[in-house]
Design a binder for this molecule. Sequence first.
Ligand SMILES: [Zn+2]
Length: 94
Amino acid sequence: MPGRYRKQNLPCCGYEVDDVSSIYQKDAVPEPGDFSICLNCGSWLRFTEDAATLRTIEVSDWLELDDDNRNHMSRITKEIHKRGLLRKGGVDAN
Ligand SMILES: [Zn+2]
């Protein structure tokens, strides 16, 4: 997907991410402040002001989410936790 996102080891679990995608819109480009979820560990993240990297969320970020989005993200995280880690620190978990 084209975009501003730069390759990064996520602050939550070290998972290396070189691309991002939207579950709602094909070819969507992240905007500053958009929320995201780590597909490795299920942590909630937010795009930085330049939308080039992701950071962990703070309580104030969490409060900006409406109930629908909070519930939707919680369901996704629950499924990721059920599945377990894909990788830890960029190294295969199995
Ligand atoms: Zn993670």
